[in-house]
Design a protein around this ligand. Structure first.
Ligand SMILES: NC(=O)c1ccc[n+]([C@@H]2O[C@H](COP(=O)([O-])OP(=O)(O)OC[C@H]3O[C@@H](n4cnc5c(N)ncnc54)[C@H](OP(=O)(O)O)[C@@H]3O)[C@@H](O)[C@H]2O)c1
Length: 251
């Protein structure tokens, strides 16, 4: 039975993905901070042999513990999904909280990718969760948008490095989705328009399909998101940035 470790799987997109993968017969290890949610999630997954690891991936020692686990215990797939953002004006937000987000979204992802890929064999796969914002600025969440550009660029470069070895790397980029993400990021008065939102289950379905097909190193989730990025090609950069600034709950 194939084994998958997925970070950020106590809720949202990670948990929806874990549920789909368990339905398909994979054996899952879920990683997140909240033990109660993890235990409940593992208990509800279909099939046998699922487990969880409690870790705060903003803490270097916790990330290193998961990295050692990945080196010692063979997994077929790693899904780096844990991520967070913060809404607000760059200077109003503490620099520490933004550095924490940079470490979670990029540092932890790089350390875990490295630990996994060192021993990866042909047929294995690494999925890194970026964002639509990897390809667009996002005023009011500038550090978050920057981290996601890193994730997409890093993952696509790895795809080329590992394709001859038969190890598949996927940069999977969701658009805005309904989860606790926006509340955790401090969304206040302004909400994202309903028509742009996908459910976590819709995102998970596309993620699992792309992982199974292994056709392309880069996926933008959702036709509306793909259409938006296509439309951006016809706008000058300044207009696109202005549009995103008007949409952003952080402004
Ligand atoms: N929702 C969106 O609109 C959207 C759009 C584009 C991309 N994404 C990306 O999709 C991924 C999943 O987001 P989501 O929408 O599912 O968010 P979510 O509902 O907030 O879930 C985030 C998950 O990550 C875990 N997590 C957060 N901080 C962590 C930490 N320090 N250490 C370990 N685990 C941590 C959370 O669990 P605990 O609290 O238990 O730790 C939870 O399981 C993220 O990478 C996000 O950037 C989301």
């Amino acid at each position: 039975m194939k084994r998958i470790l997925i970070t950020g799987a106590s809720g949202g997109i990670g948990l929806a993905t874990a549920r789909l993968l368990a339905d398909k017969g994979y054996r899952l290890t879920l990683v997140a901070r909240n033990e109660e949610k993890l235990a409940r999630a593992v208990g509800e997954l279909k099939g046998q042999g699922h487990s969880y690891l409690v870790a705060d991936l903003t803490k270097k020692e916790d990330v290193e513990r998961i990295a050692v686990h990945l080196e010692e215990d063979k997994y077929d797939v790693l899904i780096n999904n844990a991520g967070a953002g913060v809404y607000g004006s760059f200077v109003d937000l503490s620099v520490q909280s933004q550095m924490g987000i940079m470490f979670l979204n990029m540092g932890a992802l790089v350390i875990l990718s490295h630990a996994f890929l060192k021993n990866a064999k042909s047929g294995d796969a690494l999925v890194n969760i970026g964002s639509l914002l990897a390809y667009s600025s996002f005023p009011g969440s500038s550090v978050y948008a920057g981290t996601k550009s890193f994730v997409a660029n890093f993952s696509e470069s790895l795809w080329y490095e590992f394709r001859k070895k038969g190890v598949f790397i996927l940069s999977f980029n969701p658009g805005a989705a309904k989860s606790d993400f926006h509340r955790n990021a401090g969304q206040t008065a302004k909400s994202l328009p309903e028509f742009v939102l996908s459910t976590s289950e819709q995102v998970a379905k596309e993620l699992v399909a792309a992982l199974e097909k292994r056709k392309t190193p880069h996926v933008i989730q959702g036709w509306k998101n793909r259409l938006m990025l296509f439309g951006f090609k016809f706008l000058n950069r300044k207009t696109a940035i202005n549009m995103m600034g008007k949409l952003s709950p952080g402004m």
